[in-house]
Design a protein. Structure first.
Length: 683
């Protein structure tokens, strides 16, 4: 316990807690540099990883994790992060409050699905991350069921990114015969290439076993499977470009704030939903009566001063109740001013209209509730649909994602807890095994079994596999199964090769472990049997990323930068999707990357893979005027000192040695050859 910086506490030893401990240990460099204490009400009856108890610094502490004495025994006072993963969210929140009270600086990673509460706690507690263990893997389940080339879609700030895996077709541009370096374009980054067996020379020394493994001059061939990430610009529409002038910015900001406040505070009453319509109409009618009654009374009294106030008030009431004839039938015509009957007629008509409106709304509400069963429901799709069995939090999010892709779906659940689905998704309620037979199973594209019962999910997978074995789409049919642990997923993959089994907690645990080191995990997906995390970094002074080129970050740590939020030299904040390698990180930048758990570990520890040594031969240019441009290219792509590069360009031809990553070197050679003869050779 010599290093309090790397002491962690895990509260809850269920499946999520156990998998989190396993992933935390992946960050360990030696046997003792990461200490983990665990608290739970009782010892688990089953350890998903046999040696898991030996990963703990001390035996698990048995008791309520909300108690101060147990947190103190676990080492909360010297703890770097506490990961609260129990299945009871109220216990999780209470534990977080107790931990913050005992340690002002401990980083809290909370399991919680309450979005609004999570935001409030983040603002109040600080050093706080809340993750929904069911929401994180929903993308994986939904996209796996579609059987399309898209394996993930996620949103970062205002940009939506799509990860695509597709085969290379013979003669297809720009993929067939293209070097991997050429597949790194402005709006696309190549992530992986397979499945052929390349020769040893095709591999390079890479920090990642997932990204940047191939030589940049290696060419994609027909039959290869290429995986790339691209920016979905159709979802990033800037209908109102930002003004450039100072006054324009102030005006634009004022309008945005004023409109938002007006919408939230003035119109919030009118946007309460259909169930509030009766209240709205009643409020209008009541307000109109309160205004019209004194107005009518005052007008009658001023026009007919001989009347007493009590008589004028009673006539005002009669007027509002539709007694226009009763009021003016009892008055002498010569004593009534000409304008008074007209004004009182308007008041009587307005009152009559509002009374009729209230009665019509009441009748509509009564009829709609009486004939609710006649409401038209969405029809069941007949073919190429996805059947989602079990509409809990995971199933609900999976259904919403599938609908975003316009994928026909059918939901099956024993009890409907999300009433908003009734009008937009075809639903079957009751016994899920019986309802499967009425969901057009033989023509379905896939079945997603995500109930809370893993054995029921397994039974569903076996039933649907047998049911479609003789159908015309048996070859493409893919059951997607939610399992309770990773061992069951692996066994099911052997039993049903066509099925895809995912353990929710095994997927989410990697995000929890990454968040324990202070990183913000936004999303995750599966690629080549590994979990890829979408991670957010805030660049601070003195950390491992500050001052580095993105080329060093990408190839040295084995990650893929996908979005950089930085401040320009003019002071404007700008977001750069899929930024280029020559961007240099500085304090205050915000960087989003794709990374495996090993990539997070390398960044955390500053374990960067050293670049390769190259010999660069530069010839004399035909035109001396290009030397300035060539020098600028060398500075930007290599990160070398500007004055050194200027001197180098003034002493051509020459040969120098550089330390560059392979993708850096190949791009530098291609860019320099536009101005001067250049050749790079690996040493």
């Amino acid at each position: 316990m010599d290093n309090p910086r790397d002491h962690f506490i895990v509260c809850g030893l269920g499946s999520l807690g156990q998998q989190t401990i396993v992933n935390l240990k992946k960050f360990s460099q030696t046997d003792n540099d990461i200490e983990i204490a665990a608290i739970d009400l009782a010892l688990p009856t089953y350890w998903e990883v046999e040696e898991l108890p030996h990963l703990l610094t001390h035996p698990p502490i048995i008791g309520d994790c909300r108690r101060y004495d147990l947190l103190k025994r676990a080492g909360i006072e010297r703890c770097r992060s506490i990961l609260i993963t129990t299945s009871d969210e109220s216990v999780n929140v209470e534990t977080a409050l107790a931990a913050r009270r005992m340690n002002r600086f401990v980083h809290i990673v909370l399991r919680s699905s309450r979005v609004n509460l999570n935001q409030l706690l983040r603002r109040q507690l600080g050093h706080f991350v809340a993750l929904d263990a069911m929401a994180l893997p929903a993308n994986t389940f939904a996209l796996a069921s579609m059987g399309s080339n898209t394996i993930s879609v996620f949103k970062v700030n205002d940009y939506r990114f799509r990860v695509v895996q597709r085969p290379v077709v013979a003669g297809e541009l720009p993929y067939d015969g293209a070097p991997l370096q050429k597949l790194h374009r402005r709006d696309t980054r190549c992530l992986d290439l397979g499945p052929h067996q390349p020769s040893a020379k095709d591999y390079i020394q890479a920090a990642s076993h997932l990204f940047h493994r191939w030589r940049p001059d290696m060419k994609a061939r027909a039959g290869d499977q290429i995986t790339y990430i691209e920016v979905d610009y159709t979802s990033h529409q800037q209908t109102h470009p930002r003004p450039k002038s100072l006054w324009g910015k102030i005006h634009h900001r004022f309008k945005a704030v004023a409109y938002r406040d007006l919408q939230q505070h003035f119109f919030s009453f009118w946007q309460q939903g259909e169930q509030q319509w009766l209240r709205q109409v009643s409020a209008i009618a009541f307000s109109t009566v309160l205004i019209s009654w004194p107005i009518g009374t005052v007008l009658i009294k001023q026009a007919l001063p001989q009347l007493s106030w009590s008589k004028a008030i009673s006539l005002g009431v009669i007027l509002l109740l539709g007694g226009y004839g009763d009021v003016f039938g009892g008055l002498e015509e010569q004593s009534v001013p000409a304008w008074l009957p007209f004004v009182c007629l308007l008041i009587a008509l307005a009152s009559l209209f509002l009374v009729l409106s209230v009665f019509s709304v009441l009748a509509d509400r009564l009829l709609s509730s009486r004939f609710e069963f006649l409401r038209q429901r969405p029809r069941l799709p007949s073919a190429d649909h996805v059947i989602v069995v079990g509409i809990g939090r995971l199933g609900y999010r999976a259904l919403n994602i599938l609908q975003e892709f316009n994928q026909p779906v059918i939901g099956i659940t024993e009890k409907l807890n999300y009433l908003d689905l009734a009008d937009r998704v075809p639903l079957l309620t009751g016994n899920v095994l019986q309802q499967l037979q009425t969901a057009n199973l033989s023509t379905a594209k896939s079945v997603v079994a995500v109930t809370d019962d893993p054995m029921l999910n397994l039974e569903i997978a076996l039933i649907v596999s047998e049911a479609v074995a003789t159908s015309r789409n048996a070859a493409s049919f893919t059951p997607i199964v939610r399992t309770i642990n990773q061992a069951l997923s692996e066994n099911l993959a052997v039993l049903l090769p066509q099925a895809k089994a995912f353990s929710v907690y095994a997927l989410s645990a990697e995000a929890f472990a990454g968040a324990a080191f202070g990183e913000n995990i936004l999303s995750l997906f599966r690629l080549q049997k590994q979990t890829v995390l979408v991670t957010e970094y805030f660049i601070e002074s003195g950390d491992h990323l500050s001052g580095k080129l993105l080329a060093e970050v990408a190839y040295g740590y084995g990650v893929v930068p996908i979005l950089l939020k930085t401040r320009s030299s003019q002071g404007e904040v700008q977001s750069i999707p899929l930024p280029s390698d020559e961007q240099r990180l500085k304090e205050g930048d915000q960087l989003h990357v794709l990374s495996s758990i090993n990539g997070l570990k390398r960044i955390e520890r500053g374990e960067i893979v050293a670049p390769r040594h190259w010999r660069m031969q530069l010839g004399k240019p035909l035109n001396q005027q290009v030397l300035l441009s060539a020098g600028n290219v060398l500075v930007q792509l290599s990160g070398l000192d500007l004055s050194w590069c200027r001197r180098l360009m003034n002493n051509l031809p020459t040969t120098v040695e550089l330390s560059l990553y392979d993708y850096q070197a190949h791009r530098l050679q291609a860019e320099l050859q536009r101005y001067i003869p250049a050749q790079l050779t690996a040493l």
